[in-house]
Write a protein that binds this ligand. Structure first.
Ligand code: PMP
Ligand code: GLU
Length: 397
């Protein structure tokens, strides 16, 4: 008998992390594998941010941090909301955590009681559904169809609301689809929430700065629902700081206090020198963010042009983030050397083993007819990977 708790036994491992590991394991065996699985910028953290982190170490900023985060960082985040989003948040409404993943976990554990329902549009980022399970809530999935760029409509959300609904989880720009909700679409969703005053919206805006169509839009801008909006963000993606592990939430103060109580017991607070680096990221020169966006835009065009040349794929062109989520079910039932592709899982394993490219199966995102490619890698690797993909798919019949 395995004595692990039911809570953890029921939890699925992170598929993105698992595919990343499988790809790295293959590489360690000497195989020339291209990793398009995990979503992390391939850039180094900009020098001025690294320097701030190093200075913090040298100056012995090495004692326990305050549970909510350093006051200077909470202030820098509040200033960021004003400067970039025109949103008014007090530092007391902001909680700094160990990555946006930790911020999301805090918020869901502080909001969700057993049997509360959380509406999650599919395709969704792998972690959402598992965190809701951890909080003993019930996931209610609504499907964003590829024909609507994987977005759900306000009408779908309204129809999914029941007396048990506690929250709606939004992600824009989206991982894995790259879809982006316009101000008009968000206004319609806000109107639904206005009519349903018990329902909170948790909006994950970690890809805010990787936007190919224009200005970021947050559902936090609608005053009528302001006291039920929770924004999740962080420095991982915008500043190429995935390993520093700094994320944050902005929420009503009562919820921020609950998150602070929880993380005071769970993590104490986020790593001190990483917090100092995050202050520099938010307050310092922002040209690094614009430079990385130029590269992501170029890579998006490159990968979309190459994917359009591969038969049997259906595409929705991403408007943000650094993922493409092609529909691949036209390949289900096809075989190569006695190996038949029945699912997106089979498809991605075939690509890993036969084409030596690491991707993530759609099952992990609640959309088993698709698979995810991260294009946060060099132009050369994108070109080579798409060639391998095309050749491997041509071998299937
Ligand atoms: N939300 C989304 C949609 C993500 O893709 C990620 C990436 N891991 C996160 C949150 C978590 O970010 P962090 O690295 O700050 O924990
Ligand atoms: N968000 C990234 C991804 O989806 C990182 C992996 C993770 O945090 O699970 O690939």
């Amino acid at each position: 008998m395995n004595p692990v708790s039911k809570r953890i036994a029921n939890l699925s491992p992170s598929a993105t992390m698992a595919m990343n590991q499988a790809t790295k394991d293959l590489k360690a065996k000497g195989v020339d594998v291209i990793n398009l699985s995990v979503g992390e910028p391939d850039f180094n953290t900009p020098d001025h941010i690294k320097a701030a982190g190093m200075k913090a170490i040298e100056e012995n900023v090495s004692f326990y941090p305050p549970a909510p985060g350093f006051p200077e960082l909470r202030k820098a985040i509040a200033n960021k909301f004003k400067r970039e989003n025109n949103l008014d948040y007090k530092p007391e409404e902001i909680v700094v955590s160990v990555g946006a993943k930790n911020s999301l976990a805090n918020v869901l554990l502080c909001l969700i009681d057993p049997d509360d329902e959380v509406i999650i549009p599919t395709p969704y980022w792998v972690t959402y559904a598992e965190l809701v399970k951890l909080a003993e809530g019930t996931n209610v999935f609504i499907r964003g169809a590829i024909g609507n760029d994987f977005k759900v409509t306000a009408k779908q959300i309204e129809e999914a609301i029941t007396p048990k609904t506690k929250a709606l989880l939004l992600c824009s720009p989206s991982n894995p689809s790259g879809s982006f909700y316009s101000k008009e679409e968000l206004a319609e969703i806000a109107a639904v929430l206005e009519r349903n005053p018990r329902v909170f919206v948790v909006t994950d805006e970690i890809y805010e700065h990787i936007n190919f169509v224009g200005k970021h839009e947050s559902i936090g801008q609608f005053e009528s629902i302001r006291d039920r909006v929770v924004i999740i963000n962080g420095v991982s993606k915008a500043y190429a700081m995935t390993g520093w592990r700094i994320g944050y939430s902005a929420s009503p103060e009562w919820l921020a206090k609950a998150c602070i109580k929880l993380q005071g017991q769970l993590i104490t607070g986020a790593t001190t020198n990483a917090q100092i680096a995050a202050i520099e990221a938010l307050n310092g020169d922002q040209s690094c963010v614009r430079e990385m966006l130029v590269a992501f835009k170029r890579r998006k065009k490159l990968i979309i042009d190459l994917l359009k040349d591969i038969p049997g794929l259906e595409l929705s062109v991403p408007e943000g983030a650094f993922y493409v989520f092609p529909k691949i079910d036209s390949y289900f039932g096809k075989s190569y050397k006695g190996r038949t592709i029945h699912s997106s899982n089979d498809f991605c394993m075939y690509l890993l083993e036969e084409a030596h490219i690491g991707t993530v199966p759609g099952e992990a995102f609640g959309e088993p007819t698709c698979f995810r490619i991260s294009f946060a890698t060099s132009d050369d690797k994108i070109i080579e990977a798409m060639k391998r993909l095309k050749d491997a798919l041509a071998r299937l019949n």
